[in-house]
Design a protein around this ligand. Structure first.
Ligand code: HEM
Length: 154
């Protein structure tokens, strides 16, 4: 279960990043041109949010269920803090991602509630961009001690 779930979680990472870039591009464009908030802008936000929620669900199963590193960290959190790899999987990855996903939720809700199209674009732009920065910061990039492959492998 661990390997297939990690594979899907790793794959969905790229869909999350692609949908984030698209939603942010649409929001920047809309704000810069003072363009109407179109169906495609709403769908871009919806897709970004939906993929984040899917990633959250997979992440929770990994974190509390089958994730080898996270479960090891959870068994001894105090000890995990002294090990950079266990600290990353036990605390840093989850914290960055949960904050990022929260920002996507808040940003989409506030954007929908805004009274003008310009405000909708601006709110989406600001919150989605901040979320992307956090998500990028939480990814185990090559070159770090907790690095994982960029290519999902089974
Ligand atoms: C947009 C959000 C997220 C992204 C982009 C993301 C990305 C990743 C990536 C790239 C990996 C490594 C996959 C591999 O080894 O090939 C990973 C592993 C993992 N992620 Fe996430 N993740 C996200 C959210 C979360 C959340 C919210 C949680 C927990 C609640 C979580 C928990 C984990 C766990 C437990 C592992 C595996 C650690 C182990 O090997 O034991 N992730 N994630």
């Amino acid at each position: 279960m661990y390997v297939p779930l990690l594979f899907v979680h790793s794959l969905v990472r790229w869909l999350v990043l692609a949908s984030a870039v698209f939603a942010i591009f649409r929001a920047f464009r809309g704000a810069a041109k003072n363009a109407p908030f179109e169906k495609i802008d709403n769908r871009a936000g919806f897709l970004f949010l939906g993929l984040c929620d899917l990633q959250l669900l997979l992440g929770l199963i990994l974190y509390f269920g089958v994730g080898i590193y996270s479960r090891t960290a959870l068994l001894d959190m105090k000890g995990a803090m002294k090990d950079s790899i266990l600290r990353f999987w036990g605390v840093e990855h989850v914290t960055a991602m949960l904050l990022g996903i929260t920002l996507v939720h808040v940003g989409r809700a506030l954007s929908k509630r805004a009274s003008t199209d310009l405000a909708k674009h601006r709110r989406a732009r600001n919150y989605y961009l901040a979320a992307l920065v956090l998500i990028l910061a939480g990814i185990p990039w090559p070159g770090t001690v907790y690095a994982r492959s960029l290519i999902p492998t089974l």
